[in-house]
Structures are given as C-alpha cells and as structure tokens.
Design a protein around this ligand. Structure first.
Ligand SMILES: [Zn+2]
Length: 169
C-alpha cells in the first residue's frame, strides 16, 4: 500500500492525474523528500515492460545499468514538468528530491524526467505539463535545448551517471 501523505507532502489530483503537492514551504536547496526505492538491474526492468508498463515507466535511471524503483513511496508521485521546482541528486544509494527554487504550500512538486534519461535510454513521453516552455516531448537529457541543458548543468541537476552515458553511445 502506497503512502499518500506526510506532514509536508500529500498526493492529490493534479493537472495530469495524481501528483505530489507541498503542504509547507521549502527553500531553494532544501530536501523535499528522498527516493529510496529498490535498485533494479536493466535486464529485470526490461522484463517489466510487458507485465507492468506503468511501474517500469516510473523507474528512475540510477547508474550505468541500474534503475531505482520507487513503487510505494510518496516521491514516486512527483510528475514531470518542463519547468520543474525540484531536481534529483544522488546521495549514496538514494536520490534526494531537492528544491531548485522556493516551493510554496499548494505547489505541485515536479522534476524534469529528462535529467534522468541517459543518452542510451530510448524511452520518451508526450508532455502535457502546461508550461509556456513545454517541450512537448520528454526525451533523453542530451536532446534538451542547449539553454536548458546549460542551466541544469550549472545547477548540478543532471546526475553524473546520466552525463556519463553520453560517452558510451
Ligand atoms: Zn512539458
């Protein structure tokens, strides 16, 4: 059974289905929640695409050949946005969901899924985030518009393991 609330976050109906909503203010740089998950090898994840595509799509690239499966965690409900207010930062074997700017009570907590799609990841998704600068499609990080990519690099919003995938293709 998935947790759907904590003192600072709650799962609610949002623009695109269910999403994670802040119940309090978070300052820039502050940790909003942690994605602990279970690490799943690429081969295993591949076999999930037939059985449970929703769960497979929710898995987050962790390193060269492992993905983090956040099933059952509050942070798993964080949707994509082309103008996100959090980024994922690897901390040991978990991912911190960290505020990129001030988040106010009632704001939906989002991150940019492209920051965790390696150059060798083929998955993509149509985007309906509603931001004026919506890219229309979520793809691998190295296909981000140059200005967005530069900004994310400056902020450290693209994990080193994701950046490293660009050297293997
Ligand atoms: Zn978008």
């Amino acid at each position: 059974m998935a947790r759907t609330a904590s003192p600072s976050l709650e799962v609610r109906d949002v623009r695109n289905g269910r999403g994670l909503v802040a119940l309090r203010r978070f300052e820039r740089g502050q940790r909003v929640c942690v994605l602990r998950g279970r690490l799943v090898h690429f081969d295993r994840l591949w076999s999930w695409w037939d059985r449970d595509p929703r769960r497979a799509a929710n898995c987050i690239r962790f390193d060269a050949d492992r993905y983090l499966d956040p099933e059952g965690e509050l942070g798993a409900f964080a949707n994509h946005s082309c103008r996100p207010n959090t980024m994922l930062v690897r901390a040991g074997r978990v991912l911190d969901v960290r505020a990129m700017r001030v988040i106010r009570p009632g704001d939906e907590v989002t991150h940019d899924y492209s920051t965790c799609l390696g150059a060798d990841d083929t998955w993509s998704m149509r985007c309906n985030c509603g931001e004026p600068a919506c890219r229309g499609r979520v793809r691998r990080f190295d296909r981000l518009p140059a200005d967005v990519l530069q900004r994310y690099m400056r902020l450290g919003a693209i994990p080193a393991a994701i950046l490293a995938t660009a050297n293997n293709t």
